[in-house]
Design a protein around this ligand. Structure first.
Ligand SMILES: [Zn+2]
Length: 308
């Protein structure tokens, strides 16, 4: 009986790995700097494979006990073929047959998935979305993305590009966006914009979102107001998806979700005021539960579903 999955979460800063058991528990972790191996797809892939082998050796897990390796990357992934089409923030990755390359190097089954979908799978099966058949799992950070669980299945779209909630336009005269559009939701709630909002609100050039989080923890009124306003902006981007998909639950993750408790009342208020009645009454807002482990744990779900 094969008991374990190795989850790999490739981010722009770090690559995180974990051995996950069949109950979604992370037994052992490791990580390394993405930047140190970012030169080419080959250097990064080699580093990932070496880290997988080292982690299994460290835990004394033999390959015959490993069901597979699931790797999440920040970009467009052809999940069926195991090909990385494009990673917008990691140069050089275009149509890399990562599944084939890693399977050859490791002698293990490998599945490749978009990082936000991996987080969504983890939260759905083991975190804030347990037992829910229709949900949106949104990550708020430098980028704003979402994974969709519809009818108890992950929905990727025919081109594996579904869920780009950050690139739904909120205005026709907003700033140009890297996606080719303008006025995108991400341009109003992405970290860069929130950082600028904080500078304006607090009149301090060097203030960080971390500072505003800490001030809110201390109960400072202005900081609480800041997160309340962020909640309103977040809700504006959710109204369309909620009206269209009628989800039971919106899970909010990513760095900014640490401030979820201060954002939640204004999200709920705005959605109640502006969404259609049935959709507004059904939807609940919850904070992601698995934090940094979500992507690693999601790999266990991906691999197990593939084998069932
Ligand atoms: Zn955009």
């Amino acid at each position: 009986m094969k008991h374990f999955v190795v989850g790999v979460d490739v981010g722009g800063t770090n690559v995180k790995l974990g051995i996950v058991n069949s109950s979604g528990k992370v037994l052992s972790r490791s990580s390394f700097s993405t930047v140190a191996f970012i030169q080419t797809p080959e250097t990064l892939t080699d580093a990932v494979c070496e880290a997988v082998v080292a982690l299994l050796a460290k835990e004394g897990v033999s390959r015959s006990d490993v069901l597979g390796v699931g790797i999440g990357l920040p970009g467009l992934i052809d999940v069926d073929k195991g090909v990385v089409r494009l990673l917008p923030n990691i140069p050089g990755w275009a149509d890399v047959a990562l599944k084939r390359i890693m399977e050859k190097k490791l002698g293990l089954k490998v599945l490749v998935e978009n990082d936000v979908n991996m987080i969504t799978l983890g939260e759905w099966e083991y975190g804030a979305g347990k037992g829910i058949e229709d949900l949106i799992c949104m990550t708020l950070g430098t980028g704003v993305g979402a994974g969709l669980i519809l009818n108890n299945r992950i929905y990727r779209g025919p081109g594996f590009a579904a869920g780009e909630i950050g690139h739904a336009p909120l205005s026709d005269d907003g700033p140009a966006c890297g996606c080719g559009g303008w006025g995108c939701f991400e341009r109003s709630v992405g970290n860069k914009r929130l950082q600028k909002d904080a500078v304006v609100m607090f009149g301090k050039e060097d203030i960080t979102l971390e500072d505003v989080y800490r001030k809110a923890v201390e109960g400072k009124k202005k900081a609480l107001k800041f997160w309340e306003a962020v909640g309103e902006k977040v809700a504006l981007g959710l109204i369309g998806p909620i009206n269209i998909l009628n989800p039971e639950c919106i899970i909010i993750g990513g760095g900014v979700s640490r401030s979820f408790d201060w954002m939640k009342p204004s999200i709920e208020k705005t959605v109640k005021r502006r969404c259609m009645k049935t959709q507004a009454e059904m939807v609940r807002f919850v904070k992601a539960r698995l934090d940094d482990d979500a992507g690693i744990i999601g790999a266990e779900v991906l691999i197990r579903h593939e084998n069932n």
